[in-house]
Ligand binder design. Structure first.
Ligand code: HEM
Length: 408
C-alpha cells in the first residue's frame, strides 16, 4: 500500500490502457491488480508528457468521483490514451464535460426528461424492438452476427425512440453514429460523419420547434429555453453516450454467459434474478476502461499530494475488481449483490442513462424457452425470443436445436 509521506515512485510510462492477460478476454490487465495492491494511486506519464496519476482502488476511485475539487473539464484534462493537443472548453450543452454550476443546470433539465413514465413506455417499445430483431435473426438463420443483428440496432433504435427521431431518418442516423463511434473509421470520415450527425440533429430540433412532440428532445424544446446549439449538442451527447456502451455490454454479456453455461441454465430456469445478474455483468465486464478528472487545487489522496492541474485517471475495471470491495472479484457470480460498482461512474456525473441501459439489458436477459409450456418470457409463446445461438444439448424442447440460449 502507499505509505503516507513516502517519496512518490517513478512515474509509470504511458501504457494505458494496458494489455489484458492472455486467456480470459474479460479480466483487466494483471498490472492493474498489482498496482492496486501495492500503490492504488501511482504517478503516470501521459502521452503528452504530463505527469499525472493512475487510480486503481475502489475507495479512491469513488472518492475522486465524489470530490468537487476535481474537474471534468476537457480544457484542463490530459488524455491518458492518445497524444492530442486540442484541449478545448466544452461547447454549450456538452454538460458531461462541465463542472457545477453549469453541469447542475443542464443535468437538472435532463433528469426531468428521464421520467419513470417515459422509461416505462420505452420498456414496452423495447420488447417490441427486441422481438422484431429476433424475428429477423430467425428468418436469416445461422450463423448470425449478434452484434450486427441485435446488439447494435437495439440500443440505436432505443436512442432514436427516446429522442424522437422519425423512422424515415433512423437509418442514416444510425449509420453515422456507427461511423463516429468506430475506432477504425479514419479521422476525415469520422469528422464528416460528426458533421452529418450534428446537421441531422439540428434539423430534428428545428422540426420539433415547428411541431412539438412528446419525446425527450420534444420535451426539452418546449419546456426549456435552451438554444438550438445547446439542444443539438445535448442530443449528440446522449447518442454518443448511450449507443455503443449498451451495444458492447449486450454483446460481451452474451459472450461472458456463453462461457459459463451453468450460469445460463440457472438464469433460464428463473433461479437467478435478472436484475442482479445484470448488475454483476456490469461490474465484471466494466466496459468503460477509465474516466478522468483534474485537480482544481492541491489535495491529499491515498497518502500522496495531487497538485492543482494534475490529471487523475481512474481505472473502472480495476475498481470493480477490488477484493476489498467485492469478495472473489474475478469470479462472475450472478447471485452476488454487486451494489456499489462503478461501471456507471459515481457522483454528479454518474450515468444519466443507467436506467435505460438496465432496462435494455434486463429485457434481453429474461429467461425464455421454445417450449411454450415452460416459457417464462413476457412474449407470446408462439416463437422463441432468444438473441443468441448455442450448441447446448440442454436445449430440450427446442424445435430447432442451437437457438435456445438466453440473450443478456
Ligand atoms: C455517463 C457508463 C449507457 C448517457 C456515464 C459514465 C459512465 C457511463 C461510466 C460516467 C463518466 C464519468 O464520470 O466521467 C455507461 C455504461 C452504459 C451506459 C456502462 C451501458 C451499459 C448509457 C445510456 C445513456 C447514457 C443508454 C443515454 C441515454 C450518459 C450520459 C452521461 C453518462 C449523458 C454523462 C452524465 C453527466 O456527465 O452528468 N455513463 N453508460 N449512458 N452516460 Fe452512460
Amino acid at each position: 500500500m502507499t505509505t503516507p509521506g513516502a517519496p512518490a515512485p517513478a512515474p509509470l510510462p504511458t501504457t494505458f490502457p494496458m494489455a489484458r492477460p492472455p486467456g480470459c478476454p474479460f479480466d483487466p490487465p494483471e498490472e492493474l491488480a498489482r498496482l492496486r495492491g501495492e500503490r492504488p494511486i501511482t504517478p503516470m506519464t501521459y502521452p503528452d508528457g504530463h505527469v499525472g496519476w493512475l487510480v486503481t482502488s475502489h475507495t479512491l476511485a469513488r472518492a475522486v468521483l465524489a470530490d468537487r475539487r476535481f474537474s471534468r473539464r476537457p480544457d484542463l484534462t490530459h488524455n491518458p490514451i492518445i497524444k492530442i493537443d486540442d484541449r478545448k472548453p466544452a461547447p454549450p450543452g456538452a454538460f458531461n464535460a462541465m463542472d457545477p454550476p453549469e453541469h447542475t443546470h443542464y443535468r437538472h433539465l435532463l433528469t426531468g426528461q428521464f421520467t419513470v413514465r417515459r422509461m416505462r413506455r420505452l420498456t414496452g417499445r423495447l420488447e417490441e424492438i427486441t422481438a422484431d430483431r429476433l424475428d429477423a435473426m430467425e428468418r436469416h438463420g445461422p450463423p448470425v452476427d449478434l452484434v450486427e443483428a441485435y446488439t447494435l440496432p437495439v440500443p440505436a433504435l432505443m436512442i432514436c425512440e427516446l429522442l424522437g427521431v422519425p423512422r424515415e431518418v433512423q437509418e442514416p442516423f444510425q449509420r453515422n453514429m456507427s461511423l463516429v463511434l468506430n475506432l477504425k473509421t479514419d479521422r476525415a470520415r469520422a469528422a464528416a460523419a460528426v458533421g452529418e450527425l450534428m446537421e441531422s440533429m439540428l434539423g430534428l430540433v428545428s422540426a420539433k420547434r415547428a411541431h412539438p412532440t412528446d419525446d425527450l428532445l420534444g420535451g426539452l424544446v418546449t419546456d426549456t429555453d435552451l438554444s438550438d446549439a445547446e439542444l443539438t449538442t445535448i442530443a449528440t451527447v446522449l447518442v454518443g453516450a448511450g449507443f455503443e456502451t449498451t451495444a458492447n455490454m449486450l454483446a460481451l454479456g452474451v459472450f461472458a454467459l456463453m462461457r459459463h453455461p451453468d450460469r445460463i441454465s440457472r438464469l433460464r430456469a428463473g433461479g437467478d434474478s435478472t436484475a442482479k445478474a445484470v448488475e454483476e455483468l456490469l461490474r465484471y465486464l466494466s466496459i468503460i476502461p477509465a474516466t478522468v478528472r483534474t485537480a482544481l487545487e492541491d489535495l491529499e489522496l491515498g497518502g500522496v499530494t495531487v497538485k492543482a492541474g494534475q490529471t487523475v485517471t481512474l481505472s473502472l475495471p480495476a475498481a470493480n475488481r477490488d477484493p476489498l470491495q467485492f469478495a472473489d472479484p474475478d469470479t462472475l457470480d450472478l447471485t452476488r449483490p454487486a451494489t456499489g460498482h462503478v461501471a456507471f461512474g459515481h457522483g454528479i456525473h454518474q450515468c444519466l442513462g443507467q436506467q435505460l441501459a438496465r432496462v435494455e439489458m434486463q429485457v434481453g436477459s429474461r429467461p425464455c424457452s421454445r417450449d411454450s409450456r415452460h416459457c417464462a418470457s413476457p412474449y407470446p409463446p408462439r416463437r422463441c425470443r432468444c438473441a443468441t445461438t448455442c450448441s447446448s444439448t440442454a436445449c430440450t424442447g427446442c424445435p430447432s436445436p442451437g437457438t435456445d440460449a438466453p440473450a443478456v
